[in-house]
Design a binder for this molecule. Sequence first.
Ligand SMILES: [Zn+2]
Length: 486
Amino acid sequence: MIKKEIEQEAKIPLSNELTAKKSDFSNWYTQVVHVAGILDQRFEAKGENVWKGYGYKAMNNIKAIWDKLFQDAGIEEYYFPLIVPLEYAKQNDSWWKGFETEGYQVIAGEDKKVQGILRPTGEPAMYPMFSLWVRSSSDLPIRLYETVSSYRYETKHTRPLIRDREITVWHEIHTAHATRSEAEEEMELHMRLWDQMWNDLALPVFKVKKPIWECFPGAVGAVEYYSTTPNGRVMENGSVNNLGQAYAKKFNIKFTDKDGQEKYVWQLCTGNGARLLAAVFTIHGDDHGLIMPPKIAPFKAVIIPILKKGEEDIVNKKALELYEKLKTKFPIKLDSSEKSPGKKFYEWEIKGVPIRIEIGPKDIAEKSLMLVRRDTFEKIKVKEAEVDKKIESLLQDIHKNLLDKATKMLNSQLAKASSLEEIKKNINNQKISIAFWCNDEKCYDKISKVEDGVEGFGSDLNESESGKCIVCNKQTKTRLYVAKSY
Ligand SMILES: [Zn+2]
């Protein structure tokens, strides 16, 4: 797509005024990632964007959280080459069928020979190595991850951080175990790790169990995470896949067990990446721009000097002094540019910095500061000596408020349905429908394909309630989620 089209589509150059989020979510999203300095989408290749400093910092703060979570759980960070030899890629025929046209082939050399494929997923890069590393049960388990870019020739409409051709900062975890029960325990652990990740982003977790016919061929099961958009759509946002022995058999990953028998390993793969940041923007943002959850905010606060003629030096000096003091405790920004305070307020609101610190001559005289919360715009006057403690407690409050608000929003988007007609009605009202379902594939098809563009995307992990399948009336504890995907 050429530059002009992107600019027109996103209405970027027309003004820096954002579209209202609720009434025109798609445009709001495209504009805000650009205007807030997350990405520049004008790179002239579809589905490839330039990360800008502020956005990349937020993304790297997310990476720092997963590095700690997964490494504390004993999972090591590795790096595998981006270019995968074709013979590796073809080792799993069903994988190859799925990615033959979606994969970018790499051509080099005088004879312009295909040297390999740019990795669309990690399996063909990793599993041939796993088969070399595993010989006996003492070589197990393998538990590793890498953070890397993935490449898919996406033919659908691309959306920054949501559907790209170059999928950047992709975090992918792969494990191999001697027994099925070990793999299942590992799956429970990974779900807890992801739950923690979502909590750190102040987002409620929304996860579903996939029906087996929608899992990878040969897999034992999968749990998928979803986030929602303000217009009642859902976005797949990470998954934990219990691969069983499907890949082990294709890639010949086997070991001699203590009983002398040769056995295939049991495997797990899970992953997510920049879509986590997309969920943060989508759910926490408002008509003023982004709201960064404190744990990933590139700056926890921004200091803005309010200058008065004749007293510029006093204010600037005090602002610098405050910055030097606070920067030892939090990542903080002092905006000492020539712009007017109003313009600065506006720009830092779009970027979603959690707290604004205003400092003017009156504040200096009173030895106080004015703090303004980005999430509520509440103004809080605080004694200068207590500012660091106040920031700390405000950041905790902001995290809690964002999580509460997001949980309320999610709950308000879920709507029970006891007939196919009711599912349609809910979806037309921008809701996500939940309906009892008997676990039968035929009933699944009727419910999930109730209307064009609608899909079933898995069942609730919580099976405490019981009711009748809305198609065949059979008693069941399974509830299926049905919605339009974004
Ligand atoms: Zn049924």
